[in-house]
Design a protein around this ligand. Structure first.
Ligand SMILES: *Cc1c(COP(=O)(O)O)cnc(C)c1O
Length: 382
């Protein structure tokens, strides 16, 4: 069998059961587009997260877009979003012609800073420009400080969309990550903790909104036997074949969380005692799925820079990457308002300058990880 020998940050890890669900779809000729696997995955995902329901779609990005549509985000509205994230968290704001406002991170989670959010909302309130929504991202599997963020948003009556694309299977104070906002979104992209090759989901406790989301995601077709449309819709529904992969993947999600956490623990053990190295913390009373092991390195203290580590691993055909480039530093969002953690202290700038991610796939074997660790250890000896 052909196997790429490159070691990736995160690659698809099949359970072996995927073909069974796909075969079932073939046997029933339920190939397109909806069917038993779509219904099954929606129920199973809702059960897993203890939400009223779920709507599965073609991507996590599509799920965020639908959430913004459900919240009636339109031109001239603003939407707040974590700055330290993947561009897909913010792009749907632009799809709606609305204005993003970017919020910094804080160090205990690397996620949205309650202090920065508070300042931003206070100012927006003063200017009579409260946002239509706040998109809170849970980076690399770690939940944001949801209690504080929810309290601040509630005090201004602003709904939360939880971007849990990276934190499926993680927990916050006993609840599943992605279930703390009005809407939560997940991604099943190829590099996420479980994958359908490509896909996403919207979860909520409001069944009416989920029905509306499914309606918008299937071209917003009115109930008439002819094709009638009163609203703008999209072709965002997940196919029944793809959903079959998702059902088999969801069965092994908890195992994948365990495996990723074991990968993290091994890196932690290897490097945590080196002064100048700090791993992404796990906030008290939360459980990260440790989608990617992320850490910062201070070259002044260690004598080794992030760049050197990434380069050295690349020479050995191993993928490592800097943490996400914050959105307020992206050319696409030049000129967009940005609220740092404190005036003159941008935490996401710091994380971007010194932070990086190591290969963290659940299908990585012991020897692979030992190889990564040895290569980095050798750098420290130089
Ligand atoms: C992957 C990801 C998304 C988008 O998911 P897709 O399924 O790739 O569209 C959104 N937000 C974050 C934080 C992500 O990591």
């Amino acid at each position: 069998m052909l196997k790429p020998d490159r070691l990736f940050l995160s690659s698809p890890h099949m359970s072996g059961n995927e073909q069974k669900y796909i075969q079932e779809a073939f046997d029933l000729n339920w190939i397109a587009p909806l069917g038993n696997n779509v219904d099954g995955l929606e129920k199973e995902l809702a059960n897993y997260n203890a939400t009223t329901g779920a709507a599965v779609v073609t991507s996590g990005t599509a799920a965020i877009h639908l959430a913004l549509r459900l919240l009636n985000v339109g031109p001239d509205d603003s939407v707040f979003c974590s700055s330290l994230t993947f561009v897909a968290s913010v792009n749907p704001i632009l799809y709606q012609g609305a204005l993003p406002v970017l919020i910094d991170s804080e160090l205990s989670t690397w996620n949205m800073s309650p202090k920065a959010l508070k300042r931003a909302l206070k100012e927006a309130y003063k200017n009579d420009k409260l946002p239509k929504a706040v998109i809170i991202v849970n980076l690399y599997g770690q939940s944001a400080r949801m209690d504080e963020l929810i309290e601040i948003c509630d005090s201004y009556g602003v709904p939360i969309v939880e971007d849990a694309a990276e934190s499926l299977g993680s927990e916050y104070k006993g609840g599943k990550s992605g279930t703390f906002g009005r809407y939560g979104i997940f991604s099943f992209n190829g590099n996420k903790i479980i994958t359908t090759s490509g896909g996403g989901a919207l979860v909520s406790n409001d069944e009416k909104s989920l029905r509306k989301a499914r309606f918008l995601a299937t071209q917003a077709r009115d109930s008439a036997i002819h094709y009638q449309h009163s609203e703008l819709g999209y072709n965002y529904r997940m196919s029944n074949i793809v959903a079959g992969i998702g059902r088999a993947q969801l069965e092994v999600l908890d195992k994948r969380v365990q495996q990723r956490r074991a990968v993290f623990d091994k890196y932690f053990e290897a490097f945590n005692n080196i002064p100048g190295i700090d791993f992404q913390p796990e906030l008290e009373n939360t459980k990260s799925n440790r989608w990617l092991t992320a850490l910062t390195i201070d070259p002044k203290q260690t004598g080794v820079s992030r760049h050197e580590i990434i380069e050295k691993l690349a020479e050995e055909n191993i993928e490592a990457r800097p943490v996400w480039k914050p959105m307020h530093l992206q050319p696409l969002f030049a000129g967009v308002d940005y609220y740092p953690h404190e005036e003159g202290n941008s935490v996401s700038d710091f994380l971007f300058e010194f932070g990086f991610c190591l290969p963290s796939g659940s299908n990585m074997n012991m020897e692979d990880q030992d190889r990564v660790i040895d290569i980095i250890r050798n750098l420290f000896k130089m």
